[in-house]
Design a protein around this ligand. Structure first.
Ligand SMILES: [Zn+2]
Ligand SMILES: [Zn+2]
Length: 276
């Protein structure tokens, strides 16, 4: 696996690559644009090329993340159109920056019911993949199940993928905090969970992992990340996940709470120490 963390690109993409390298990352994640707004900037081709050259030099792999504001299942036609335009730009930016894919959360049905939320999400994805025809994959992330979030079961993620017109353009990102909070697995059952995920084909399309501990207990459906070993998954739990071999070959990035990005350096080292 390639360990790393989330890195800010507020000071430009090349600087983000430098920061990731300094912190000891083998992979890193970045927001494609300001996470608080839809209207982000397109990637600057020069900065993107510079960043990609640095990534090659340092042997770094990048994972892009779309802003959280996007809802793939929104019933509002105007919001749906805005979401599609925004995600198209996210995928274009991710491609420009040389990311392996762009992570996006599963939709929220906002009271319309799960069946509606799923159908609407499939429709939105079909329109998005018609608008964006480049090579960057969209990586659907499992959710903790807060409010009306879809994506608390792997079968649901698989269903969305199989229902879209171009499933080969959809991959997955697994968040260990979300999965635990959603009640998908307990650390003691991790190997059985992975075996099940492999048997339904989910692992074949898994492209990235978010490695986070959870501030709330199994099944709480609360999306609150904790630092590794400091939450309800715990040190033994995180160690078990890391040592299982399930993340082999994948970028594994921390999105744990830090006041300063520099704190990720020791936490990545800690994760490496748990592998021994
Ligand atoms: Zn995540
Ligand atoms: Zn989260």
């Amino acid at each position: 696996m390639r360990l790393g963390c989330h890195i800010s690109i507020s000071k430009g993409f090349p600087k983000a690559v430098e920061n990731a390298h300094k912190l000891g990352c083998e992979a890193f994640q970045f927001f494609t644009k300001n996470p608080r707004g839809f209207k982000g900037k397109s990637a600057d081709p020069e900065a993107a090329a510079q960043g990609r050259a640095l990534m090659a030099e340092y042997g770094l792999v990048a994972v892009a993340h779309a802003p959280y504001i996007t809802n793939l299942s929104t019933p509002d036609p105007e919001l749906q159109a805005i979401s599609i335009a925004s995600l198209k730009q996210d995928l274009e930016n991710a491609e420009a920056y040389g990311a392996i894919g762009c992570v996006c959360h599963m939709g929220k049905h906002v009271g319309e019911g799960e069946a509606y939320g799923m159908a609407r999400m499939v429709e939105t994805l079909n329109r998005l993949l018609e608008a964006y025809t480049g090579p960057c994959q969209l990586l659907l992330e499992n959710t903790a199940g807060q409010g009306t979030e879809l994506g608390t079961r792997l079968e649901e993620l698989m269903e969305v993928r199989s229902r879209v017109e171009q499933p080969e353009r959809i991959g997955f990102c697994f968040d260990t905090c979300h999965g635990f909070a959603a009640g998908m697995y307990r650390p003691e059952e991790w190997e059985d969970f992975v075996a099940h995920a492999r048997s339904i084909g989910y692992w074949d399309h898994l492209k990235a992992v978010h490695l986070n501990d959870s501030k709330f207990d199994h099944g709480s459906r609360k999306d609150r990340h904790a630092n590794l070993g400091k939450g309800f998954i715990g040190e033994a739990g995180i160690a078990r996940l890391l040592r299982s071999g399930a993340f082999e070959g994948l970028p594994v990035v921390l999105e744990t709470p830090v006041k300063d990005e520099a704190e990720y350096g020791p936490e990545i080292e800690y994760a490496r120490s748990l592998l021994q």
